[in-house]
Design a protein around this ligand. Structure first.
Ligand SMILES: Cc1cc2nc3c(=O)[nH]c(=O)nc-3n(C[C@H](O)[C@H](O)[C@H](O)COP(=O)(O)OP(=O)(O)OC[C@H]3O[C@@H](n4cnc5c(N)ncnc54)[C@H](O)[C@@H]3O)c2cc1C
Length: 339
């Protein structure tokens, strides 16, 4: 047998037998076992996970892709790693919102095994870490900045950090007790928690020297949209993490166009005001997808013909045989995909 095919066959058998002995073992896939499930608030849970040997570590502020199977369909969502880097054990903290997060809250228990996509993302501190930092978050957007804060506390090298967090009420503050303890313990940390919407004026009042700080911000879209202009002219001091795609308004009026899925020889009319993914799902198909905001690339497929518009940048492209992310592309004309 060809040595390559032989190796594939051996890997396949190994995968099968290891998986049968322990679902967290895999020579191919990144998987993690749930060590603990913790309630953080009334609608937020932390899942402490231990990854198998495929884990190559993460940097504070990065996210993982979490794959789950719901009603026979594999779906992926991204979750920021909330813990500081520490071997193969890490945690994600999930707010109950829609399909996947509710499934995780309801079904995931100690001992279960999750399939993961490796850590990714550029929401990480530069090295060396800046002297003056502002970690700014709203709601469940606290998770990646908490990872950064925990990492700074572990390393003991921080000099001046303001942690500004907005939550609807005291009961909604995730990690409240730990934040209070860290602020008591470390003179370099100033903690500000507010329960009124964070606006540019409030930011200036609470952190008057924010413009002199390197800022990492993650929160609900309206909060980030409202605050971002405060960095106009000093955009390089601000790093953002988005949980949802920032969509630019479509550049043409919406219309009905025809979508052809070449591989499955299916063709149907779609409304081009929504992403190709949304329209394909509405037609009853389940193409591979992940974060639904263009970052995880799970939904990439080949466009054979047609003009599409990138919903995040407004860029229009009519190139044939081009790989596109269907979750953030809308059709401008009839489109044929290699689905
Ligand atoms: C880089 C990155 C990091 C992220 N990190 C985190 C994190 O640390 N923690 C976290 O909680 N999330 C995080 N997210 C968001 C997460 O990936 C999911 O988008 C989120 O959990 C919602 O997915 P879902 O399947 O539960 O909701 P979907 O079913 O996809 O619904 C999306 C949205 O529709 C609305 N919706 C849908 N169904 C309902 C319903 N029944 N009731 C009310 N509203 C509804 C909600 O607003 C919901 O958020 C992150 C996203 C990205 C891209």
């Amino acid at each position: 047998m060809n040595p390559f095919l032989q190796k594939l066959a051996v890997d396949h058998h190994l995968e099968y037998w290891l998986g049968a002995l322990d679902p967290a073992w895999s020579v191919r896939d990144l998987r993690a076992r749930v060590l603990e499930v913790r309630d953080e608030t009334h609608d937020v849970k932390t899942f402490v996970l231990r990854a198998n040997r495929r884990w190559k570590g993460h940097r504070a502020g990065q996210f993982v892709g979490v794959d789950v199977e719901i009603d026979g369909v594999r779906v992926r969502r991204c979750y920021s790693i909330a813990s500081a880097p520490a071997g193969r054990t890490f945690s994600i903290t999930v707010k109950r919102a829609g399909r996947v997060s509710t499934w995780l809250h309801t079904n995931l228990k100690r001992g279960d095994v999750l399939r993961l996509a490796p850590p990714d993302g550029a929401f990480v501190l530069p090295s060396p870490a800046p002297d003056k930092l502002l970690l700014l978050s709203g709601g469940s957007g606290i998770t990646p900045v908490m990872s950064i804060l925990r990492d700074l506390a572990n390393r003991g090298s921080a000099t001046d950090v303001v942690f500004l967090h907005g939550a609807r009420s005291e009961a909604d503050v995730i990690f409240a007790a730990e934040l209070a303890t860290l602020a008591r313990r470390h003179a370099w940390l100033r903690l500000v928690v507010t329960h009124v919407p964070l606006t540019a004026d409030l930011l200036s009042a609470l952190v008057p020297d924010y413009a002199a700080r390197t800022t990492f911000m993650c929160g609900p879209q309206p909060m980030m949209d409202g605050l971002a202009p405060a960095w106009s002219g000093i955009e390089d001091r601000l790093t953002l993490e988005r949980y949802a795609a920032a969509v630019v308004p479509p550049t043409t009026a919406h219309a009905k166009v025809r979508l052809t899925m070449a591989t499955s020889e299916t063709s149907f009319e779609i409304d081009n005001s929504e992403s190709l993914l949304q329209q394909i799902e509405k037609a009853g198909h389940r193409p591979k997808s992940g974060c639904r905001m263009g970052i995880c690339h799970s939904c990439v497929c080949r466009k054979k013909s047609g003009v599409i518009e990138d919903l995040t940048t407004g860029a229009v492209s009519g190139e044939p045989d081009e790989d596109i992310r269907i979750c953030v592309s809308r059709a401008r004309t009839d489109v044929t995909l290699s689905l």
